[in-house]
Design a protein around this ligand. Structure first.
Ligand code: GA4
Length: 330
């Protein structure tokens, strides 16, 4: 079990909100990628929830387990070792409790990185003293698999929406300059809450700015999504499957047909949660706007055109819970 090496100061905990935990939701759409109805079910899930789980994805469980073991090894290091000056500039590298630049805090520690080979190599060398190569290869192989999976899913979405070419969305992740990110999160158990009803916020509610996010976690629950009526439901964990989030950019490209899902993570009082999330984003210079070929006759265009750079710059001025898309609405 991984625990934070230093006990957290009580004053820091008091600003991390506690929640009552909700019961598990059994309505998460499960998309079996090998089935002929997968595309239609996926589109329905993106429209209704902006969230679904994929099974029969073809990614070996060993790949996930190897990366999880590397992550656990890293998070088990002393706080001083994790926090030593790595020369990696914000927002990338190791972070603890603080998320973003505008005062968000959570019961979490994490590693955030860009997915290109150079960045993965740089972060491995800077932060992992004991066998950086094992960490680097585990991350790189996992990331190659995630990029492939993300593109396959985005192509199935295009097919399901009946639009061509089928790489219309997926090509945005494929450029050398695509802004794909990766995040390893560790939510330590919180001993002070054991035996009590509340749960600490691990990662406060937010939507992901990117096109698509692929999440895999160990068997500790904590992820919650918000339904259309604003209620929060807990997602049962499943370490062999992947959970897909529609991001803000895909909501824009589809002119609101797909819904960018609001989600959050509550920390567990007893068990560590380790998650790994791949975020598929376009190059900074890419212009994003509702796709004309998707729009029906007379359909109102809901969003202004903007570059991914403009969106990201705005995002980093906001708090996690803010609605970032309102600034780009027509
Ligand atoms: C949410 C999705 C990704 O984790 C992330 C986050 C980013 C960060 O942690 O640096 C942000 C957050 C995320 C959205 C609003 C801004 C930026 C923290 C924050 C307050 C890496 C991303 O791309 O956007």
């Amino acid at each position: 079990m991984v625990v934070l090496s230093k006990p957290a100061p009580v004053e820091q905990m008091s600003v991390i909100k506690t929640h009552k935990s909700n019961s598990f939701f059994n309505g998460i759409p499960v998309i079996d990628l090998s089935r002929p109805d997968a595309k239609a079910k996926m589109v329905k899930a993106c429209m209704e929830l902006g969230f679904f789980k994929v099974v029969n994805h073809g990614i070996p469980t060993g790949l996930m387990a190897r990366l999880e073991a590397e992550a656990v090894k890293f998070f088990s290091l002393s706080q001083a070792e994790k926090e030593r000056d790595s020369g990696i500039s914000s927002p990338f590298g190791y972070g603890s409790k603080t998320i973003g630049r505008n005062g968000d805090v959570g019961w979490i520690e994490y590693l955030l990185m860009q997915t290109n080979k150079e960045s993965v190599s740089e972060i491995s060398k800077a932060l992992i003293r004991d066998n950086p190569d094992a960490f680097r290869t585990a991350v790189s192989e996992y990331l190659s698999a995630m990029k492939k999976l993300a593109c396959e899913i985005l192509e199935m979405m295009a097919d399901g929406l009946n639009i061509q070419p089928r790489n219309l969305f997926s090509k945005l992740l494929m450029f050398e300059e695509s802004d794909n990110l990766f995040r390893l999160n560790h939510y330590p158990p919180c001993p002070l809450l054991q035996g009590r009803e509340g749960k600490l916020t691990g990662f406060a509610e937010h939507t992901d700015p990117q096109i698509i996010s692929i999440l895999r976690s160990n068997n500790t629950s904590g992820l919650q999504i918000s339904l259309r009526d604003g209620s929060w439901v807990s997602v049962p964990s499943d370490q062999k499957s992947f959970f897909i989030n529609v991001g803000d950019s895909l909501q824009v490209l589809t002119n609101g047909r797909f819904r960018s899902v609001r989600h959050r993570v509550l920390a567990n009082s007893y068990k560590s949660r380790v998650s790994m999330i791949y975020f598929g984003g376009p190059p900074y210079t890419e212009k994003l706007a509702p796709l004309p070929l998707l729009m029906g006759e007379g359909e109102e265009c809901l969003y202004k055109e903007f570059t991914w750079f403009e969106y990201k710059s705005c995002a980093y001025k906001t708090r996690l819970a803010d609605n970032r898309l309102v600034q780009f609405m027509k």
